[in-house]
Design a binder for this molecule. Structure first.
Ligand SMILES: [Zn+2]
Length: 130
């Protein structure tokens, strides 16, 4: 059941994933309401037609949702990187069982084993507490 964790391999994988998430957040940030642009640039669209407003609102909703997912993913990646330092990486936070290698290869920032994650939600990254 248990396997030897290749910390270097997962550290590289997590760092790569972290960069990708940061880039995605950077790309999305200007589009999401409530996230003022760092450079102070104002490009918030103020449409005049109701249909346009509705369209933009639903787009903002979706972008905010994706943004939340990305922020959560980033947190999980940071948690996983810390666990590598602490040599606690790959252990399910709920049942303390070692998470399967195949699962970590797909989701290197997984905090729970498959069954615990399914108990919480379908997504691998989820709220701190339910
Ligand atoms: Zn578990």
């Amino acid at each position: 059941m248990s396997w030897k964790v290749d910390y270097d391999y997962f550290e590289r994988k997590l760092k790569k994933e972290r960069e990708e998430v940061l880039q995605e957040i950077k790309d999305l940030e200007p589009k999401v309401e409530g996230n003022p642009l760092e450079d102070g640039e104002e490009n918030t669209p103020f449409p005049t037609h109701i249909a346009d407003i509705a369209d933009i609102e639903s787009r903002i909703d979706r972008d905010s949702y994706i943004m939340n997912q990305l922020t959560q993913k980033l947190k999980d990646i940071d948690v996983a990187l810390q666990k590598i330092i602490d040599k606690q990486y790959g252990i399910c936070e709920d049942c303390n069982v070692q998470i399967k290698k195949d699962r970590l290869k797909v989701i290197p920032y997984a905090r729970w084993c498959k069954s615990c994650a399914e108990k919480r939600e379908r997504t691998p990254w989820t709220k701190e507490k339910l």
